[in-house]
Design a protein around this ligand. Structure first.
Ligand code: NAD
Ligand code: UDP
Length: 312
């Protein structure tokens, strides 16, 4: 039997790559999106395919559908976008997850939540295992997202305990790749666009803060393994190769082959100083390991930006 997949946030960056994999595997896919940061271009190639349907809908409103799997990704992920309307972000996280869990409960299907490393906040423990409970500022500019995802995780586990709803919770660390928005505001897309346009690269703070960047195809295979596993999670999915933001800028400089200048700006409030996932659980329980290195992934991402920027 073909599984019917609902992908919320399916027109976004990660969602559209996930949809490609599900469609290529022969599944039926319902892509649900309100197009806040998603784009029809990302899923255009599937429009007209009888196994694919598009639904314009906002997850803060309930919806009735018949599906077998819910991949709940709908939520802006870039600080610029989630801080644009923080109250809406909190509503999307809480009401969106509540509505999707309600749907999962009603039709008896499994739901995977795209949670985040942001539940660890600015971590005092390094690297971060799933057992770490986090250090999140409840009243800062990142809280709408961080606390939103924390309550979304709580809702998942309470639906599981109270109603037996099947849940899978992935804690996703910084992921990058083709289809990130040019104006997304995240570091990889900012630096690539700036380098290609020969504009100054904007380093926030002194660039010594670290992140661990995962290529999108690796993340999507982790999500798919988690969904079909017997593990509820939470499970960290990310590439443990940790680098400083300054190092990232050098990698992008090398692969764009551009002369770049640097412009230093203030570090945003509550910007985490370091971040690296412990992925022992994903390795042991899902047999998952990221395979795309940063140089290869950045080259693929630059090629995609070059092609899109030529057309736009
Ligand atoms: P994205 O912004 O590209 O995608 C989010 C999608 O959700 C967009 O298509 C957007 O239009 C849609 N959306 C937002 N609010 C909605 C609403 N109220 N109703 C319906 N649709 C809505 O971001 P992404 O990087 O693809 O992230 C996808 C998911 O993964 C998010 O839940 C994010 O929190 C999570 N995540 C991503 C990363 C990352 O580095 N990319 C890291 C951690 C967690
Ligand atoms: N950053 C930067 N310049 C930019 C955009 C981001 O130096 O133009 C920094 C940002 O301060 C943070 C890191 O890069 O320390 C990652 O930022 P991003 O917004 O991509 O993700 P997050 O902070 O949510 O991990």
């Amino acid at each position: 039997m073909k599984l019917r997949h609902l992908v919320t946030g399916g027109a976004g960056f990660v969602g559209s790559h996930l949809i490609d994999k599900l469609m290529n595997a022969g599944g039926e896919v319902l892509c649900l999106d309100n197009y806040f940061t998603g784009r029809k271009e990302n899923i255009q190639k599937w429009i007209g395919n009888p196994r694919f349907e598009l639904i314009r809908h906002d997850v803060t409103e309930p919806i009735r559908l018949e599906v077998d799997r819910i991949w709940h990704l709908a939520c802006p992920a870039s600080p610029v976008h989630y801080q644009y309307n923080p109250i809406k972000t909190a509503k999307t996280s809480f009401l969106g997850t509540y509505n999707m869990l309600g749907l999962a409960r009603r039709v008896g299907c499994r739901l995977l939540l795209a949670s985040t490393s942001e539940v660890y906040g600015d971590p005092e423990i390094h690297p971060q295992p799933e057992s770490y409970r986090g250090s999140v500022n409840t009243i800062g500019i990142r809280s709408c997202y961080d606390e939103g995802k924390r309550i979304a995780e709580t809702l998942c586990f309470d639906y599981n305990r109270m109603h037996g709803t099947e849940i899978r919770v992935a804690r996703i660390f910084n992921t990058y790749g083709p289809r990130m928005l040019e104006n997304d505001g995240r570091v990889v897309s900012n630096f690539i666009v700036q380098a290609l346009k020969e504009m100054p690269i904007t380093i926030y703070g002194d660039g010594s803060q670290t992140r661990s960047f995962c290529y999108v195809s690796d993340l999507v295979s982790g999500l798919m393994l988690l969904m079909e596993s017997n593990e509820k999670g939470p499970i960290n999915l990310g590439n443990p190769n940790e680098i400083t933001i300054k190092e990232l800028s050098s990698i992008i400089k090398t692969h764009t082959n551009k002369e770049v200048r640097y412009e230093y700006r203030d570090l945003p409030n509550d910007d985490p100083l370091q971040r690296q996932p412990v992925i022992t659980k994903a390795k042991e329980l899902l047999d998952w390991n990221p395979v795309v290195g940063i140089d290869e992934g950045i080259k693929l991402t630059i090629t995609d930006f070059e092609e899109r920027m030529k057309i736009s």
